[in-house]
Ligand binder design. Structure first.
Ligand code: NI
Length: 459
């Protein structure tokens, strides 16, 4: 032992050098652990616990910034505590806790949404908590929403939000009206915003549970909002003019596909609805079915991407007026505005003139027909989907009244309508029917299409 001590006593400079090196190493480690302004990474961890009383599935992000990770771990611990306290040991139903996350990226900013939801007790009481973290991947730091937006944005968002929810009055029964009112009254306090490449979304949590935990997203364009966003973090390419989509539409189906088939046109009014219509488009693709959509103008600007997809997938896109008013009751000036504003919005997306009009409530007269140089598309099968909200009834109605050349009225506001339509597609395809867009129907039946004329079906 003494030999070593003597060695260090004799070599003071060597000893100091070693102490210095150790200090530097410690400092570097501290710097990595605490400040961590080095490179940004996002990783994933999963905790899965399953026992007699509960099932716990936790999926959370791990960042290269330990401060943020600590925060996330704290949140998870709190959610676990809350859950474990609520567990009902007598219940035969499994108690369930789920924590999951997702994120969107705009420029260097990650919007990370962490969602916790659980079912506990005999009544399967639903609990829900959603929060948002914003991370600047450029310097690996956390930002608050107030770093990213101007306070003035709240009033813009609130207006948009209210308008959107009001437009979707029929949708409101998915949610508790009073909670929505409270939510809007307290707007801005716990607002969840996610910034993605093309749009900004207000995320409204599922207040009332239907069968799933999907949230409700209100998409907003950066055209409407960019002036309120911090340009230190967000940049927007200058767009001069609205360009028609560069993406090429899907190639038309070959005529041989329709050989000996009876043709049916499913038509969906009053949309689009982000959640329901997206699901419908996915399923129509899966079933190689085409449909037609009559859009309400006031909904278009917030759903451009979805409409572009509709058009590019080979569905027909028509107008259902701007405000869904009874067109026979308007002044000429009001009428022109209802028609032209909607057509302009749709053509900006499709790059084509809008040919078809479905007058709201199916209400039209000779005078209206003469005033509007479009083709009126009515229907000969009304599924009454908005009334029954029963997918089995919708499915049966379609199957029982399907005929070659039929035009069937549905609304892509309700999941039940879409489920009913998909059920009917499966059955009728087996019976030799093909589901066509209005465009396809007209082409396949060699219809000499006329404007200022109303069609209820095609012979
Ligand atoms: Ni309608």
């Amino acid at each position: 032992m003494n030999e070593y001590l003597n060695f260090f006593k004799k070599n003071k400079i060597f000893t100091l050098a070693i102490i210095l090196i150790i200090l530097i190493i410690i400092l570097v480690i501290i710097n990595i652990l605490i400040f961590n302004h080095s490179s940004f990474t996002i990783d994933n961890e999963t905790i899965h616990k399953n026992n007699d009383n509960y099932n716990m599935q936790i999926n959370y992000p791990v960042f290269s910034n330990n401060e943020i990770n600590k925060k996330i771990n704290k949140i998870i611990d709190e959610e676990k505590d809350k859950f474990l306290k609520k567990i009902d040991k007598k219940s035969n139903e499994k108690n369930e806790l789920n924590i999951d996350y997702n994120y969107t990226i705009k420029n260097d900013i990650y919007s990370v949404q962490i969602r916790s939801y659980s079912y506990t007790g005999l009544n399967r009481d639903f609990y829900f908590n959603d929060l948002m973290l914003y991370i600047n991947s450029k310097d690996n730091t956390e930002l608050t929403i107030n770093d990213l937006i101007d306070q003035e944005l709240y009033s813009v968002l609130k207006d948009k939000c209210y308008q959107y929810l009001k437009d979707k009055e029929q949708d409101l029964n998915l949610y508790d009206d009073n909670i929505i009112k409270d939510y809007l009254a307290d707007f801005g306090k716990d607002i969840l915003l996610s910034f993605s490449e093309d749009e900004l979304n207000i995320i409204i949590p599922p207040f009332k549970v239907s069968d799933d935990e999907t949230d409700f997203r209100i998409p907003l364009t950066y055209d409407d909002t960019s002036q309120f966003l911090n340009n230190q973090y967000f940049t927007f390419p200058q767009v001069e003019e609205q360009q028609p989509p560069t993406q090429t539409p899907s190639t038309p189906r070959d005529e041989s596909f329709f050989q000996d088939k009876k043709l049916v046109a499913l038509t969906f009014d009053d949309g689009p609805n982000y959640k329901v219509t997206t699901f419908l488009l996915d399923e129509l693709d899966n079933k190689n079915a085409k449909a037609s959509f009559f859009l309400v103008g006031s909904r278009i600007s917030s759903q451009k991407e979805l409409i572009k997809r509709m058009y590019n997938s080979g569905h027909s896109v028509g107008s259902h007026s701007y405000n869904h008013k009874n067109l026979t009751k308007l002044t000429d000036e009001q009428l022109l505005k209802e028609i032209n504003d909607t057509n302009e919005l749709i053509s900006q997306i499709t790059g084509e003139d809008v040919k078809y009009l479905r007058p709201p409530y199916g209400s039209y007269n000779k005078d209206l027909l003469n005033k509007i140089n479009m083709t009126f598309i009515l229907w000969n099968v009304d599924t009454l989907d908005w009334q029954s909200r029963d997918s089995q009834k919708v499915c049966d109605n379609i199957i029982n009244s399907a005929k070659d050349g039929a035009i069937i009225l549905l609304h892509d506001l309700y999941q039940t309508s879409v489920d009913g339509a998909l059920c009917a597609i499966d059955k009728l395809q087996e019976q030799g029917y093909a589901f066509v867009s209005i465009d396809e129907m007209i082409k396949l039946k060699n219809i000499d299409l006329k404007t200022n004329t109303a069609y209820r079906y095609f012979k």
